[in-house]
Structure formats: C-alpha cells, structure tokens
Design a protein around this ligand. Sequence first.
Ligand code: NAP
Length: 295
Amino acid sequence: MLDTKLIDGKAQAAQLRADVAARAATLKAERGVVPGLCTILVGEDPASQIYVRSKAKASIEAGFASFEEKLPAACSEAELLALIVRLNRDERIDGLLVQLPLPPQIDRQRVIDTIDPTKDVDGFHVENVGGLWSGAPALLPCTPYGCLLLLREAMPKLSGAEAVVIGRSNLVGKPMAALLLRDDCTVTLAHSKSRALPEITRRADVLVVAAGHAELVRGAWLKPGAVVIDVGINRIDVPGGKSRIIGDVAFTEAQGIAAAITPVPGGVGPMTIACLLRNTLLAACARRGLPLPPI
Ligand code: NAP
C-alpha cells in the first residue's frame, strides 16, 4: 500500500497569490501601475454570483483595482458585446472576463472572441488558444494552468510521463492536454465516447479528470503510483436534506493506490483564482511593454 499524499491546492494557491501581491506592490511602487480586473455577470445564477464575488475579493487582496459589471439575464447579445467593446477601451482594465455560463440567447464564443485578447485573462479567446497550441505568447486558461502547477510540484519530472486527461471541453480538457504536451508528456485525451476508459486510465502516470461526473474514476482504474488531479465539482445530496461537493474521482478508493491526489474541495479550485490573478498581473505588464514577472 502506498502512502497517498494529499496535494494541498489551498497552500500552493496562497503562495502564488502572495507572490502576485508582492509583484503588484513592486509594479505600483516602481511604475505607478495598478492592475485592474473587471468581471461581467449576466443574470443572477447563484453559483456565478459567488464566483464573481470571490474573484473581486481576491483581486482587492492582491492590490488590484476591481470592477464589476452586471447585465440582466434577458439582455441581448448586442448589449453584452457593446459593453465588452467599451471595457476593451478602458485603460484602467487589464483583465476582462465574462462569467460563464451565459443565457441561451447569447453565443458564448462570439462573446469570448470580442474580448481584447491582451485582456482575456480566462485565456479562452481563439488567439490565446492558438498561442497555447503553437507556442506563441498567450494568456493561459486558469484552471488547466493551475492543475499544471500542482502537477509540477507533485511530480517534478513530468517529461516523458504518460498523461491521460478525461474531458475535452474548450475550458478545461483540451487546454490541459496542450499544457501537458508542452511539458513533454505523452498525452491521451479521453471523453464520453472513449472505449474501455479504465484501460486507458490504468496507463496514466498522470491523470487529470474533468468530466463533471461524480466519482466516475474508481480506485481500480488507477495505475499504482499515479498522480491524480481531480477537477470535477459535483454537488450531491446527503442525509439531513443537505448537500456536499465531491469530485470526479472516488477519493477514498484512490487512497493507497495513487501517489498523490487533489482533494475536492481544496485542490484545483483555489488554484483557478490564483492563476486568474497571475494572468491579470502578466496582462498589465505585457500591455505596457514591461518585462513579465517570473511567476
Ligand atoms: P463540460 O464542458 O461538461 O465537459 C465535460 C467533458 O467530460 C466532456 O468532454 C465529456 O465528453 C466528458 N465526459 C463526461 N462524462 C464522461 C464520462 N462518463 N466518461 C468520459 N468522459 C466524460 O465540463 P467542463 O467545463 O470541462 O468541466 C468539467 C468539470 O470540472 C465540471 O465538474 C466542472 O464543474 C469542473 N470545473 C472545475 C473548475 C475548478 O476551478 N475547480 C473549473 C472549471 C470546471 P464529451 O465531449 O464526449 O461530451
């Protein structure tokens, strides 16, 4: 039986946030630049409201200027695009993101591609996606980049590792695969049509699961000694009329088999916000032609 290590996303995220705050303080002292992060929330989805609030709180804690824009759920796509165009021109704003999901009358990709790519701190704009895959400078998507930072810490020699990613969304799975490829892993990208998924995962030295399917990956699906990153967030009902959040990996079953695993919550989630702050700082420097801080 292996002694499975818990990957502490909270601690690593706190360290990254402290580094970003220190760099932001230097930027302000030496250049008079205060990075600005603006969120746009369309509608009143409760989870989205929480995410937007925590992003604003985190940016203020990092010493950034925080801006919040809200539109009603019934707003038209044209209204949202016009707001983005105005914010693209606003020099106080270095990072601009539209909280997802969006109401059905709005085309998500058209919205994302209207954001100035130099301000696209979510890293979803087609120009940044192209940069990620081609190796050109790009703002990298926060959740997958956060996963990569956790992996680099848990497994210092990623080069040559067999990496399996479950989930092929534009937001998580695909950019995760691209990042692992950049770090010289041999990458398999699996999805809901993949055959014999347990056989695929049992090859993985590194397994990243972003399927949105509670406890999809069982302990027996893991290669002994694998490093497992669980991106999934699934709310399940528990006795007493309450609910709790669990991941895409059967966490208890993974104990004694995986070398290391992220908990849910407390693993990937905190890294996502830390990477958003990092991207905003990098965007603030890049947009002014300043040297990029090595974080
Ligand atoms: P998504 O857009 O719904 O994509 C899910 C992907 O998983 C799809 O590619 C789907 O395959 C695949 N999939 C679904 N069920 C599967 C199964 N049974 N076997 C194999 N593959 C399966 O979701 P997402 O936006 O990528 O998010 C994935 C999960 O991560 C969600 O739980 C989400 O809440 C969580 N998340 C967490 C964070 C964080 O900060 N911690 C950030 C973003 C997302 P097909 O393409 O074939 O349909």
